[in-house]
Design a protein around this ligand. Sequence first.
Ligand code: SAH
Ligand code: SF4
Ligand code: F3S
Length: 545
Amino acid sequence: MPRVYLETFGCQMNELDSELVAGRLAQLGYAMTREAETADVLLYNTCSVREQAEQKVWSRLGELKKTKKSRPGLVVGVLGCMAERDGADLMKRMPVVDIMCGPGELDKLPELLDNAVRTRASLNGDQSASQAALQGNTSRRSQTLAAAEDRLELLDLSRTISPVDPDGSHRSAYVRITRGCNKFCTYCVVPFTRGAEIHRPPEHIIDECKRLAYAGVVEVTLLGQTVNHYRFEHGASVSVGGVVQPQKGRTYKGSHHRDAFAGTSVTTFADLLHQIHEQVPGIKRLRFVTSYPRDFGNDVLEVMRDSERICRYLHVPAQSGSDSVLKRMNRGYTVGEYLEFLDRARQFLHQPEIGRPLMLSGDIIVGFPGETDEDYQGTVRLLEQSRYKNCFIFKYSPRPGTVAYDKIPDDVPEAVKRERNNHLLSVQARIGEAIGNEQIGQTFDVLVEGLSQKQLKASGLTNAARKPRTIEVTIGGSAVATAPVVEETAEATGPVQVTGRSDGDLIIHFDANDSTHARSLVGSIVPVRVESASGLSLRGCAIDS
Ligand code: SAH
Ligand code: SF4
Ligand code: F3S
């Protein structure tokens, strides 16, 4: 059977898609491999969110021109957002590409792959075995509830979940609750590449969480571009072939208060969180990304506060600290409203006295068209007031097909973007450091992931020496484990430094007695008292509980 190498770029959605695709292909008899050099099929699951993300893939494909000459039987596939956005242009520009498959069409990948592998076998190396599945604009044609079978849901439903590795790695998994996005922020490609917002039936989500927990997963991260918009109307649900179908999102008329229709007929985001928490106790940590700063009701905050295993962590991107920039971005909130939300979230959830501080993270775009120095200063102030533990800072990247690309000239010079980017990084580093220092003396439950970077270096196992990130299909959870497993160390005597995360997503290192002890800790939750901080990297000492 053909060997398939799959490399993933972009966000958590893509990581989950890759896991599902790898699982499906393995079920069909393909052999997944970490070795690109010996694979028969190379698949790249791509991201289009910024030009830089696309550049990485272009250069990967560029390298393949030569490879393909020497290995004419090789099949190359581009999956994900870049396939959807670039469509046929990508194939024209890169004849090495045989398969293109958008994120909304991944259920069709096995068929495309099968065709391409067969065609490739009967062609000489100069011709392309081109196959494409792209959704184009079809996903937005109908705003009514889906009456046809949602094939993509079947891909999620067929997720292969095998018991987690005995070494305890891969204890974390992603679970999709919402696909697509209806927000149309003016800079963003996601509504075009991922299509209209679609909510999965709660029973499918809860069942997936149960199966993951049964396999040994202890941490689940629910995924959606605007997770808090989750909403499923049971009265309007449609079944096809006995399978309840996902529903299109509607214009959200949320408030701070409980949804008037909540109850038996509607599952809101708050209901979903509550149900997962109550029905799947095996999941020791439940988190979710990404929160949209608007329409985040107190009902969700109440459920978070009252549920022991829901993490005190919110990733809630502000994008800018200027009202006029936010308006041009079409974000739909003001700086004041954003800060009001953070205040409200802190009132409900910030409880450092019981070891549960609320940790926040954010995203900011600098250099959006028309951003003045004054606008930028507003962003600096917003960072200072928000006090994120970490913040992803991006330079605005004009994306063809978006409103900003067509209507708002990219007028902030690159040098200014760079300067603001660097300055904001330094502002955030200072805030992160202060937050790190505030944690000294606190005790956190740490979910141990594996060896720390320091320990890896000491053992001659730097990240660079490791294989590129590929997807393993034998794993139980997902391919999200970032810390290498302890198995890879040479047996060391004496203390071994391990790393893990608190429920607020703080990274904490501490020493295990030796490598056997370290191995036994991976995947478990250990109370650790923080003793020192260097930036956001905290060091502590395990406490016998
Ligand atoms: N749904 C999430 C974001 C998904 S995209 C939300 O709304 O918060 C992830 C991040 O990429 C965004 O938060 C934004 O900060 C950044 N981003 C998206 N498009 C961009 C662009 N054209 N240029 C620079 N950064 C961009
Ligand atoms: Fe993009 Fe805005 Fe949707 Fe986030 S909410 S994915 S930034 S359009
Ligand atoms: Fe990138 Fe698509 Fe995710 S554009 S950020 S891979 S949704």
